[in-house]
Design a protein around this ligand. Structure first.
Ligand SMILES: [Zn+2]
Length: 143
């Protein structure tokens, strides 16, 4: 799929997110927009556009990985709730936005709003987050 930036794995993808690690069913990315601290994306490894196109084994494996990433975010950044968002009208490749929400913080009590100005960190801060997230995700080997 040349019009899918997840499959293309080029400049567009890298301008939006940084790869944290690969898991058996997914690739995990840190979203460069960090207005919800710890926000990640878990993308299915193959180009599928709907969950029902995955086998039951893939669905179980993929969502176990989404859950594992959420657990790592929970441990590291202590949000009060994690939101899981799937849209895909623009980029239909199966992926879930894992968005930590903080009581009294941005968008608490409402759907997260991706149209608000982005909060961009410096490269050193991204490196640190990628490193701690990778460690936390890979440490949880309960799968
Ligand atoms: Zn794709």
């Amino acid at each position: 799929m040349s019009d899918c930036f997840y499959c293309e794995n080029g400049e567009k993808l890298h301008s939006l997110m940084i790869e944290i690690c690969e898991l058996p069913y997914s690739k995990v990315y840190l979203n460069r927009d960090q207005k919800h601290k710890g926000r990640c994306i878990v993308a299915f490894k193959e180009h599928k556009t709907e969950y029902f196109q995955l086998t039951e084994k893939e669905i179980a494996g993929y969502f176990a990985e989404v859950s594992r990433v959420a657990g790592a975010i929970w441990t590291l950044y202590h949000p009060d709730k994690i939101n899981y968002a799937t849209f895909g009208d623009g980029v239909p490749h199966v992926h879930v936005h894992v968005v930590p929400k903080y009581k009294g913080g941005l968008n608490w009590g409402e759907p997260f709003d991706d149209t608000l100005p982005k909060q961009i960190l410096d490269e050193e801060e991204y490196r640190e987050m990628v490193k701690e997230l990778r460690t936390a995700i890979l440490k949880n080997n309960a799968l």
